[in-house]
Design a protein around this ligand. Structure first.
Ligand SMILES: [Mg+2]
Length: 400
């Protein structure tokens, strides 16, 4: 039975902007990443003009002059996302939010009480979200998460290309169409196939998903291990991945963004990194976690990625404990004269804060820093994100 649904909001950030300002409907609009670095969402009209995803804003505004560019407002989008996610629990208790605008649903246990087929239920979910929240979603219906993901992409394309179907915005992959769809799905478009896996497939001349599932299990096991076999199972309709409807602590937390313009400016990049670190730490504390590893990443204009990490003896969760290390990593990575396009901060090797042993080793200075961070959280919860920030204190001679 096809009982996994993927709900995916169409052009989510752009749709939210249309919701706030209906005069934007039907127009070519692009939403920009924080500090207006690059394009992170496009309306269908902008997609049809050929505006590429991820293009830096300063380039896009020269090339596509008739597009309306809007600064992103993640806080507003998160509020709409929360309303959509909450709505999904009306249909099943088994909801896994996968990203700000996507969720997997397992509807196995509740089809009887809804007295509907999976596709009928998907149509109803789509309709209610549109009517009550105002956001257009696509729904993929199938036996596994991986197939539902492919199905939702097909549904989305049908909307964009204005292909009229009986269940517009909903697409089901079942045993009748599975074979044809696997053949029509380029292997690199399958969920979970990253650039490394794609390289392997290219080397072995595997172009589409059908060619992959035809491979011998032994061959897959030998070359790609368990992950490869799971991918094959998922693609032939055997569940390897469950819908995770319980809390799982994150394994790592990252924040990154493109710069407003390509830059060589050291102070500007440090300021950006300070912002990332703060947001990473907010998230760490909200999950009650501490970080054992801190990594800093710089991406150059020609997409080379330079990164460096530091491993702590005692895991940390306060900006004030991490700033110094971050700056040291940055100074190591930064090269005079190199043009950079983006930066990022990642923390990993996360452990639970409640681990009593850690606290025993904590110095008084560290405790003070923690208190400072907690106070910062409270101020921002009251007055909003960015109410205060850490500045770079210039040395006396630089001030002249
Ligand atoms: Mg989406």
């Amino acid at each position: 039975m096809e009982n996994i649904l993927l709900i995916d909001c169409n052009n989510f950030f752009a749709s939210c902007e249309e919701l706030f300002n209906p005069s934007l409907k039907g127009k070519a609009i692009c939403v920009l990443s924080n500090n207006d670095g690059c394009i992170v969402a496009r309306s269908n009209a902008a997609k049809n003009l050929g505006v590429p995803m991820g293009m830096p804003y300063f380039m896009a505004k020269k090339k596509f002059k008739n597009v309306i560019y809007l600064s992103g407002n993640l806080k507003k989008y998160s509020e709409i996302s929360k309303r959509i996610m909450k709505k999904l629990y009306d249909f099943t208790p088994s909801v896994e939010q996968y990203s700000i605008d996507e969720a997997f649903l397992d509807i196995k246990g509740c089809l009887n009480c809804h007295k509907k087929t999976p596709v009928e239920l998907a149509v109803q979910i789509r309709k209610e979200i549109k009517e009550e929240i105002g956001i257009d979603v696509s729904v993929g219906v199938s036996k596994t998460k991986t197939l539902s993901k492919i199905a939702s992409e097909i549904a989305k394309n049908q909307i964009r290309k204005n292909i009229q179907t009986k269940t517009l915005g909903v697409y089901e992959i079942n045993e009748n169409n599975l074979d044809k769809i696997l053949e029509n799905t380029p292997i690199q478009e399958v969920w979970g196939v990253g650039s490394n896996l794609h390289k392997f497939f290219r080397k072995h001349n595997i172009i589409n998903a059908k060619m992959f599932v035809k491979l011998d299990d032994d061959f897959i096991q030998r070359n790609l291990g368990k992950k490869g076999l799971e991918l094959k199972m998922e693609l032939i309709g055997i569940k390897a991945y469950q819908v995770i409807d319980y809390y799982v602590a994150p394994k790592s937390i990252s924040k990154s963004s493109s710069f407003k313009e390509f830059t060589t400016d050291k102070a500007y990049i440090i300021n950006e990194l300070n912002g990332h670190l703060h947001r990473v730490c907010i998230k760490l504390r909200s999950h009650n976690l501490r970080a054992g590893v801190l990594s800093v990443m710089l991406r150059t204009k020609d997409f080379r990625v330079d990164s460096e990490k530091f491993v702590f003896d005692i895991p940390k969760d306060s900006e004030f404990e991490l700033y110094e290390t971050m700056h040291r990593l940055f100074n190591f990575l930064y090269k005079e004269g190199v043009i950079y396009r983006s930066s990022g901060v990642t923390v990993s090797k996360l452990t639970d804060k409640e681990d009593i042993q850690l606290i025993l080793f904590e110095s008084d200075a560290d405790k003070k820093k923690k208190k400072l961070s907690n106070a910062w959280d409270k101020i921002e919860q009251k007055f909003g994100y960015g109410a205060i920030s850490v500045g770079i204190k210039k040395k006396k001679e630089e001030e002249k």
